[in-house]
Design a protein around this ligand. Structure first.
Ligand SMILES: [Mn+2]
Length: 319
């Protein structure tokens, strides 16, 4: 499969790399690192990384803006870190000839010509590293540092159970063979403005819990404005509750007035949540999922379902 991907890359001169909406470090890193590796291997090729970014991830790399893809023929599209077509951030791209998916999410649908999916891998970044190492694609220290950022973010600094011996092997190679500056990557990933630290204080002060250990925080637009943070911030801070004894499942539900929906991020310490999220037009990983809902009443319905899920989980683990 890696060879098929490499052969496709080799045979196209115009390559567009996309990933999921609501960019996160793994999505961005797998996308940018693959672009950098292709450019390093085939400097004459046109390779574009597309989608909406955020200044926060500028340390990983930059996206290509304002490209008129209508002027380009024979485009190969590569999508990383995205299981379903509707979540691909590629508004500007209307045509392509062939497509490749590289993903570590549980399978949802086939929408590419070639699909490499391995949900045992910690991150799309870990797969991209594996792809590069098993083909004639080239890599260097910078590309390794980009991929390291993606791996670190998706494993919560090797805390989550998606971390495997493969993950540590990849990281060991990056340190041994490419001398990555991992403390620099950590600084870039985890430094945050005081406004965000204060906002986390707000979240911690306002989390409510259900009878069956579902924690939830509803964040209004005026809450965001008063702390000077954006609607993506609650979702970025949600893992901070990971070690909270009283919580089995927890979520942030944030008003996004710009896009006119409620942005919901959910995490779990045990119960498998993505199936429940799929019933509420969301989805994701077993223990980390999300959804876009219309109203806070919809959020209440989701909380109710998650509470039932936790109830069943508690009862079955009592047995
Ligand atoms: Mn990922």
């Amino acid at each position: 499969m890696y060879n098929d991907i490499f052969e496709a890359i080799k045979s196209y001169n115009n390559i567009v790399i996309a990933r999921h909406v609501g960019v996160d470090p793994d999505a961005m890193a797998s996308q940018i690192a693959l672009k950098d590796s292709i450019k390093l291997t085939f400097p004459e090729k046109n390779v574009f990384a597309i989608g909406n970014g955020t200044v926060k991830f500028n340390f990983i790399g930059h996206l290509d803006k304002g490209v008129d893809f209508d002027q380009l023929n024979d485009i190969l599209l590569i999508v990383t870190d995205t299981p379903d077509k509707k979540r691909v951030d590629m508004e500007e791209l209307t045509h392509y000839e062939k497509s490749i998916k590289i993903d570590h999410h549980p399978f949802i649908e086939k929408f590419c010509t070639i699909e490499y999916i391995n949900d045992k891998r910690s991150s799309a970044s870990e797969i991209v590293y594996d792809l590069i190492k098993n083909t004639d694609l080239k890599i260097n220290k910078e590309i390794c540092e980009e991929l390291f950022a993606g791996i670190v973010a998706d494993t919560g600094r090797f805390l989550f159970n998606n971390t495997t011996n493969d993950t540590f092997n990849v990281v060991r190679e990056m340190i041994e063979n490419y001398k990555i500056d991992f403390t620099r990557v950590y600084n870039n990933l985890y430094k945050r403005p005081l406004s965000e630290v204060k906002f986390f204080g707000f979240l911690a002060n306002n989390i409510l819990t259900t009878n069956n250990s579902v924690g939830y925080i509803k964040v209004s637009n005026s809450d965001l404005l008063s702390y000077g943070v954006d609607s993506a911030t609650p979702g970025n801070l949600i893992n901070e509750f990971s070690n909270t004894e009283e919580l089995l499942v927890w979520l942030t539900a944030t008003e996004d007035v710009k896009n006119n929906f409620i942005r919901v991020s959910v995490r779990s310490r045990g119960p498998v949540i993505n199936k429940t999220l799929e019933l509420h037009s969301g989805g994701g990983h077993a223990l980390a999922s999300g959804a876009k809902l219309k109203t806070f009443e919809d959020v209440d319905l989701l909380i109710k379902d998650l509470d039932n899920l936790c109830k069943e989980y508690i009862e079955s683990s009592d047995k």
